[in-house]
Design a binder for this molecule. Structure first.
Ligand code: ZN
Length: 203
């Protein structure tokens, strides 16, 4: 399976990192080795002093597709989840400055937290989902999918022009504002509409 991630999909997050608003979705990939094993802690890698959490709505692909039309995109996913796109912000800043790819900052071991999934029907309107990330009992990120620059179906149509989507692939749909640094002993808890989807301890 592969993990396809979207960058810069929420205006307020683009502002907080002082990035430009893209004309098209920003796409990058994580390998399957980036997945943090279930119930395992996240170890801050030795190569970074500034690892950030980014909570994101996840979409699980349920059948193979290429050049998917936006109006049929909903047929290609049946489950929604929540996860974290851990980002070594210091490494990413260096890559950006030099115009280099982001893999060292975004695709390292453990950088993809993939929480539980539920059927999309159980969540109701996917374009109006409230989701939060709590760090040590304090809400640090609070997003709603209605603020996405590109909605889930648009993203599926866009990314499937470049990559054949396969059953089991996971799409990370971008993070809202409020990203920040993790430190040892933090506990991160993600929820959609007050339902917990993951809990991760930082080591
Ligand atoms: Zn992200």
């Amino acid at each position: 399976m592969k993990i396809i991630c979207i960058g810069r999909n929420y205006a307020k997050h683009i502002e907080e990192l002082e990035n430009e608003k893209p004309k098209n979705p920003v796409i990058f990939l994580k390998p399957d080795s980036a997945i943090l094993a279930k119930k395992q802690p996240f170890f801050i890698p030795t190569f970074s002093n500034d690892v950030h959490y980014e909570v994101e709505i996840l979409v699980k692909i349920c059948k193979v597709g290429k050049y998917i039309d936006q109006k049929f995109a909903h047929k290609y996913y049946d489950e929604i989840g929540l996860g974290i796109d851990f980002t070594a912000r210091d490494i990413q800043a260096d890559c950006k400055e030099k115009g280099l790819p982001w893999e060292k900052a975004k695709a390292f071991d453990g950088s993809a937290v993939i929480g539980n999934f539920v059927t999309k029907e159980s969540l109701g309107d996917l374009n109006s989902l409230n989701f939060t990330l709590q760090k040590n009992d304090q809400v640090v990120q609070n997003g709603n999918t209605n603020a996405m620059l590109w909605k889930i179906d648009e993203l599926i149509a866009y990314v499937s022009q470049f990559f054949t989507l396969k059953k089991g692939d996971v799409l990370f749909t971008g993070t809202p504002a409020g990203v920040g640094k993790v430190t040892e002993n933090d506990v991160l808890i993600g929820a959609i509409e007050n339902q917990q989807f993951f809990s991760v301890k930082i080591k």
